[in-house]
Design a protein around this ligand. Structure first.
Ligand SMILES: NC(=O)c1ccc[n+]([C@@H]2O[C@H](COP(=O)([O-])OP(=O)(O)OC[C@H]3O[C@@H](n4cnc5c(N)ncnc54)[C@H](OP(=O)(O)O)[C@@H]3O)[C@@H](O)[C@H]2O)c1
Length: 316
């Protein structure tokens, strides 16, 4: 089967389509024939070597951790899913290799019929991450939440999940994405200079929580929240110096540390919540672009612009 891998750090051109052996579903796992899979900024950082100290890898490294497709193997101990079922989900954090013709999933849920394969292919990572951070922030009905970087893959989903919990959501993005944010249930504003004042106009009484999907503005976000404990970032590796929690799920290296903070438990219950919200018409997955598997380098290039509007996926 085909799988995307790289054997040296470098630009997107180090990615190649390799012919490799098909993986087998182990205990508690399923294997799917992949129809679409996700491309994430984190994997572009790993590929470039930027995270080589924090996230050690061995070569060849196979990419992709979320995917959607048709179940073709059910591992020992798995119940509730059969060969032929359509699912979306994620690999184990150490397994990866979802950008491939067949992928082994450790977590999954039934693919909502309303979602296209493109939407489903990159949904699991955004749903899990958003759920994890909204849970950590304790976001609930009646609260006001600021989502910084709301037009990206995680931000677009975070906005909808927060709104579905009954929160009022303020989201930051470039002006061209404000209509998208409104359609997802957020009150849009721009990020950058003057953010504190702009958010104060929306919420003179302050906000209850800040979900940072962008990084680089923690002092302003802490000022807006009034307390670093009310801010969680998924994108700022300098978070600890500001007293802010950096949430991630990367496995620890042999020293027990990874990304400067311990990994949080995966919020896999979010997948079933997402299925229910899709049925209620409350959750879509904006897809920035879909590329054929062989054009994975172009997909990484788009991710590296940092201006994709929603999720980037590969079609198989
Ligand atoms: N720790 C974790 O568990 C975890 C999980 C998933 C992702 N992440 C990280 O979280 C970040 C977001 O992931 P993603 O997949 O949503 O990325 P993405 O889709 O590539 O994000 C692109 C979005 O970022 C916005 N953006 C760019 N610069 C910004 C800035 N300075 N301030 C605010 N927004 C800005 C862009 O908005 P405009 O185009 O409107 O300017 C665009 O909509 C990445 O750094 C990723 O590595 C971490």
């Amino acid at each position: 089967m085909r799988a995307i891998e790289f054997s040296e750090y470098g630009p997107p051109s180090v990615l190649r389509v390799a012919e490799v052996a098909e993986p087998q579903a182990g205990t508690g796992e399923i294997r799917i024939a992949v129809r679409a899979s996700g491309v994430s900024p984190g994997e572009t950082y790993i590929r470039s070597g930027r995270l080589r100290e924090l996230v050690p890898i061995t070569f060849p490294y196979r990419t992709g951790f979320d995917a959607a497709g048709v179940v073709d193997q059910v591992g020992a101990g798995v119940t509730g899913v059969r060969v032929g079922d359509e699912v979306f989900g994620m690999t184990s954090m150490t397994g990866r290799s979802a950008n491939a013709d067949f992928a082994v999933l450790a977590e999954w849920a039934a693919k909502p019929p309303a979602w296209s394969w493109e939407e489903a292919g990159g949904a699991a990572g955004s749903v899990e991450t958003s759920t994890r951070v909204l849970d950590l922030l304790g976001v609930s009905s009646g609260q006001t939440v600021l989502v910084q970087g709301a037009a990206g893959a995680v931000g677009t989903v975070a906005v909808q999940l927060a709104a579905a919990r009954g929160a009022r959501v303020i989201g930051t993005a470039s002006e061209r994405n404000h209509e998208l944010l409104r359609s997802l249930g957020a009150e849009p504003t721009t990020y950058g200079d003057g953010l504190i004042e702009r958010v104060a106009e929306f919420a003179p009484g302050g906000v209850d929580a800040v979900f940072d999907c962008a990084g680089g503005a923690l002092p302003e976000l802490i000022a807006i929240a009034g307390d670093p404990a009310k801010v969680v970032t998924i994108a700022d590796f300098g978070a600890a110096a500001h007293g802010v929690h950096m949430s991630h799920s990367a496995p620890a290296d042999e020293t027990g540390s990874s990304l400067g903070a311990a990994a949080d438990s995966l919020a896999v219950h979010g997948l079933e919540v997402a299925v229910k919200l899709v049925a209620e018409g409350k959750l879509q997955v904006p897809v920035a672009a879909a590329f054929p598997l062989a054009e994975v380098a172009a997909a990484h290039e788009l991710s590296e612009t940092r201006h994709a509007r929603g999720k980037i996926v590969l079609l198989h």
